[in-house]
Design a protein around this ligand. Structure first.
Ligand code: V4E
Length: 202
């Protein structure tokens, strides 16, 4: 299965519309520390290594054909051995190998995530420790349906509810908002690099 997700910042009224008839699944606290090298080469290459609640996760991009609306489609590795292999690291513990290769934490924050289920859609509402709130709609599709089918499902839901969002405009997720606030020069450097590649609408 492939997970397709899109982030939104919604008004309270639109949040209510979206959550109408949805089931509350639960609340979790997420403690995130993102790792990179001093030149931010991992993030620039659209790969994201984080320690979430004590476990390492590596997000790797899955390509999408959609052009005017950016969807987040990533494969996630959660096994330390697989992560080390994907990053070309040696065989010691992941902490030691990351340190040896020059990776260190570049962003740390926590979030409270409230999860809801509305039919086939999962809705996450995150309240972030540095004062930010963001909502994510997520749908699972199988490999045969493809990434674009998931994107279309999300757009169909947003359009059928008449939510007041500009789908062609990208917004900053939690990591990008953190860098925007705390490391503005780094943020500009990364986004400039992505703009040249055409991989972000920011
Ligand atoms: C994919 C991506 C990033 C990864 C971190 O995303 P974030 O929204 O901060 O994380 P979170 O906690 O919601 O992850 P989840 O729990 O869903 O796994 S940071 C930047 N990107 C790529 C990207 C891009 N190129 N352009 C735009 C506008 N947004 C994101």
């Amino acid at each position: 299965m492939i997970e397709v997700e899109k982030k939104f910042i919604l008004s309270e009224g639109d949040k209510e519309k979206l959550l109408e008839g949805a089931d509350f699944v639960g609340e979790v606290k997420l403690e995130d520390a993102y790792y990179d090298k001093p030149d931010f080469s991992l993030i620039k290459s659209d790969r994201y290594l984080r320690n979430r609640n004590g476990r390492f996760e590596l997000k790797l991009p899955v390509s999408s054909e959609m052009s005017d609306v950016r969807m987040d489609t990533y494969q996630e590795l959660e096994d330390d051995e697989e992560i080390k292999e994907a990053l070309g690291l040696g065989g010691g513990s992941i902490e030691i190998e990351l340190d040896k290769a020059g990776y260190s934490p570049v962003a740390e924050y926590s979030s409270v995530r409230r999860k809801y289920k509305r039919g086939e859609y999962t809705i996450d509402i995150d309240e972030v420790s540095y004062g930010y709130s963001i909502l994510e709609i997520e749908v699972m599709v199988n490999e045969l349906e493809g990434v674009d089918a998931g994107g279309k499902k999300i757009l169909d839901l947003v359009e059928s509810l008449g939510l007041d969002v500009d789908l062609t405009k990208d917004i900053r997720g939690k990591l990008l908002e953190y860098l925007f606030r705390e490391k503005p020069d780094t943020y500009e450097d990364i986004v400039k690099y992505w703009r040249e590649l055409g991989t972000t609408g920011l």
